[in-house]
Design a protein around this ligand. Structure first.
Ligand SMILES: Nc1ncnc2c1ncn2[C@@H]1O[C@H](COP(=O)(O)OP(=O)(O)OP(=O)(O)O)[C@@H](O)[C@H]1O
Length: 298
């Protein structure tokens, strides 16, 4: 067997060398050929494609956070190579959703041993941008933008920007075409959800399943700000879902129009401003290495 490790050296501010050392020694012990590909943050796609073509791994390990998982997923889906996740990012939301063991060495053992593969859906926005987790327009995209520019990480920093952003809110017009219907909504935020929770643990869509061939569009119409603040930041994640209301549409494709160009974030990365979004789904696009205890498989 051959494994390619795609390692993001900076994700989560975690030193990856101890993990790499352990992975190398495990591979040597079990006679597994391996290569380490370290991301640089620029032109990684092209280099990775060359390495994948040359090395032809049987399995690929994404070693990093959600951004690294998405980067790896896009690369391997075109080549139909199975991938697994070693959670070494700051929040690892997608790994948690996919029942990846939070302990990197245990996640590595699962990746090496498992013969259980599942088809993970991939969302494609405007035929160019990908998402396997959650995207949004409105409040959260603006928060991610502000959060990215702050050197402090973590839930408290995120919640600080969340509250700041909530105070500035005015609903905007959203036109959604899906399932042969047109929905005209006024929302504070639009969620495009292949899965259920943000990396921070905040649940947006309790119906999500990233392996069912459909995604959910959520329009948050209002949020009970007073109630959220009263609950305090420590319970912020759990209380968010109970204090929002709006509509939910399940579909496998959609076209969305806004009143003006608005900021889009996909899987924690700010993509840019768009007035129109065309969303398609590639069902089972990524061959995910998982195990039978993954709740989405049952
Ligand atoms: N060597 C590098 N130097 C700087 N940036 C990098 C490097 N390698 C990858 N990146 C960038 O890291 C980002 C992805 O990070 P990732 O999401 O995996 O980690 P994280 O943000 O710490 O974790 P999480 O998503 O779980 O919060 C991408 O924007 C990518 O361009």
């Amino acid at each position: 067997m051959k494994i390619l490790f795609i390692v993001n050296p900076i994700s989560g501010g975690i030193n990856k060398e101890p993990f790499i050392k352990e992975a190398k020694s495990k591979c040597k012990k079990y006679g597994i050929h391996y290569q380490i590909f370290k991301t640089t943050g620029t032109d990684d796609e092209k280099h990775l494609e060359e390495v994948l073509s040359r090395f032809r791994p049987d399995k690929v390990a994404s070693v990093g956070g959600d951004g690294t998982t998405l980067f790896t997923a896009i690369a391997v889906m075109k080549k139909d190579i199975p991938m697994g996740i070693i959670p070494l990012g700051s929040a690892n939301g997608m790994a948690a959703e996919l029942s990846v063991n939070p302990e990197p060495s245990k996640a590595l053992e699962d990746l090496i041993m498992s013969e259980v593969f599942a088809g993970l859906d991939m969302l494609v926005v405007n035929e160019k941008y990908y998402s396997i987790h959650i995207g949004d327009v409105g409040i959260n995209a603006n928060i991610v933008d502000a959060y990215d520019k702050d050197k402090n990480r973590g839930m408290t920093t995120y919640a600080k920007y969340f509250i700041e952003e909530l105070k500035k809110l005015t609903p905007f017009k959203i036109n959604i075409k899906a399932n042969g219907k047109t929905y005209l909504e006024n929302g504070l935020m639009l969620g495009i959800c292949n899965s259920r929770k943000y990396g921070t643990g905040v649940p947006l869509n309790l119906d999500g399943n990233p392996m069912d061939g459909i995604f959910e569009i959520i329009v948050v119409e209002n949020i009970n700000l007073n109630s959220l603040i009263k609950m305090g930041l420590s319970k912020f994640d759990k209380s968010f879902h109970d204090n929002q209301n709006g509509i939910l549409i399940s579909t496998d494709e959609a076209e969305i129009l806004f009143d003006q160009p608005r900021l889009l974030q996909l899987d924690g990365e700010v993509i840019g401003e768009f007035e129109k979004l065309k969303i398609n789904m590639i069902k089972g696009a990524v061959k995910l290495i998982t195990h039978q205890e993954n709740a989405y498989l049952t």
